[in-house]
Design a protein around this ligand. Structure first.
Ligand code: NAD
Length: 288
C-alpha cells in the first residue's frame, strides 16, 4: 500500500488552515494525505486539530516525523525566519512552497537564508481569501474554482512543480504559472493598489468628526468598495513593504490620472469625465 503523503503546514491562519481542511477532505487523487501543522501562537495548532484542519499538531519543528511537502502560510516578512527553523528538513523534501502575496520577496528571503534556491522550492499564491484571519475563519471550499498562481523558478524541479500543481488542483484550484516579476506587477495593480485605496479612503472618512453619520448613510457602493479595508493590517503592512517598486509604479500612474479627474471636475470638463467613465465602464463590462 502507498504511504500517505505527509504535508506540514506552517502558519495556521485563514490560508494555511483552509488548505489543511481542504486537502484532508479531498486527499491527493488515489493517495491519502496526513496533515501536520505548526503555528508560533500557543494553542493554535491544537485548535486546528479540534477544527478538523490537521491530523497532528507540531510544537517543536526540530522534532518531526517524515515530511514530504511543506506549505509556508505565514505573513511574507516571517518567511525568512521559518526557513531558518526548517533548514535541516529542506534537503529531504519533495516540495517546499508558500502562499505569500508577494513572490519576489519570498524568493529573496529563501535565497538569503539557504544560499541557494533548492529544487523542491516552488513559490505560489492562491487568488482567494477573505477579510477574516485566523484558524477559526478556515473554510474547506476557500480555493474551489479560484486561481492558484505558481511561479516556478529555473531551479525548480519539474517533479516538485507537478506535485504541488496536483495538490492545488485536488482542492479545486485552477493552477496557472507566471514569472515572479510578472506576478508582483499584476498583483500590485489588481490587489495591492485597490487595498491601499480602500484603507486610505476609509481612514480619511473615519478621521472626520461626523464619521458616524457618514458611515451610517454609506450604502452599496461604499460598502462594496470599503470591504477590503477590514483586511489584516500586519499582512498588508508586509505586502506594501515588500512589493515596493511594483506598487509605487502603479500608484504613481493612478495618482496622475486622479489629478487629471480632479482638474476636469474643477474646470467643468464634462467631456473628459464622460470619456473616462465610458472607457472604464466598457473595460469593467468586458472582464469576467
Ligand atoms: P493569518 O494572520 O490568518 O495567519 C497567519 C498565521 O501565521 C498566524 O496564525 C500566525 O500566528 C502564524 N505565524 C506568524 N509568524 C509565524 C512564524 N514565524 N512561525 C509560525 N507561525 C507563524 O494570515 P493569512 O491570511 O492566513 O495569510 C497567510 C499568508 O497568506 C500571507 O503570506 C498572506 O500574504 C497570504 N495570503 C493571504 C490571503 C488572504 O486573503 N488572507 C490571500 C492570499 C494569500
Amino acid at each position: 500500500m502507498t504511504e500517505p503523503l505527509n504535508i506540514l503546514i506552517i502558519g495556521l491562519g485563514l490560508i494555511g488552515a483552509s488548505f489543511g481542511k481542504a486537502i484532508r477532505a479531498q486527499g491527493l487523487n488515489d493517495r491519502s494525505v496526513f496533515v501536520l501543522g505548526h503555528d508560533r501562537s500557543l494553542g493554535v495548532a491544537d485548535q486546528a486539530v479540534a477544527l478538523g484542519v490537521l491530523d497532528q499538531a507540531v510544537t517543536d519543528l526540530a522534532d518531526l516525523p517524515r515530511v514530504d511537502v511543506v506549505v509556508l502560510a505565514v505573513p511574507v516578512m516571517a518567511i525568512g525566519d521559518v526557513i531558518d527553523d526548517i533548514k535541516p528538513l529542506i534537503g529531504s523534501l519533495q516540495v517546499l512552497t508558500d502562499v505569500g502575496s508577494v513572490k519576489g520577496e519570498v524568493v529573496r528571503a529563501v535565497r538569503a537564508r539557504l544560499g541557494i534556491l533548492p529544487g523542491c522550492f516552488v513559490p505560489g499564491h492562491p487568488i482567494a481569501g477573505a477579510e477574516q484571519s485566523g484558524v477559526a475563519a478556515a473554510r474547506a471550499d476557500l480555493f474551489d474554482r479560484h486561481m492558484h498562481i505558481l511561479t516556478p523558478l529555473p531551479e525548480s524541479d519539474p517533479a516538485a512543480v507537478q506535485l504541488i500543481t496536483q495538490l492545488w488542483q485536488a482542492i479545486g484550484a485552477d493552477v496557472v504559472e507566471m514569472s515572479v516579476e510578472r506576478h508582483d506587477e499584476v498583483l500590485a495593480a489588481t490587489s495591492h493598489l485597490p487595498h491601499l485605496l480602500a484603507f486610505s479612503l476609509v481612514d480619511t472618512l473615519a478621521r472626520e468628526s461626523d464619521n458616524r453619520e457618514i458611515f451610517k448613510y454609506a450604502a452599496g457602493g461604499f460598502r462594496d468598495f470599503s470591504r477590503i479595508a477590514a483586511s489584516d493590517p500586519t499582512m498588508w503592512h508586509d505586502i506594501f513593504l515588500t512589493n515596493k517598486d511594483a506598487t509605487l509604479s502603479v500608484l504613481r500612474r493612478f495618482q496622475a490620472d486622479l489629478t487629471m479627474l480632479e482638474q476636469a471636475i474643477e474646470q467643468g470638463d464634462g467631456d473628459l469625465l464622460h470619456t473616462v467613465f465610458t472607457r472604464a465602464k466598457s473595460a469593467r463590462d468586458h472582464f469576467t
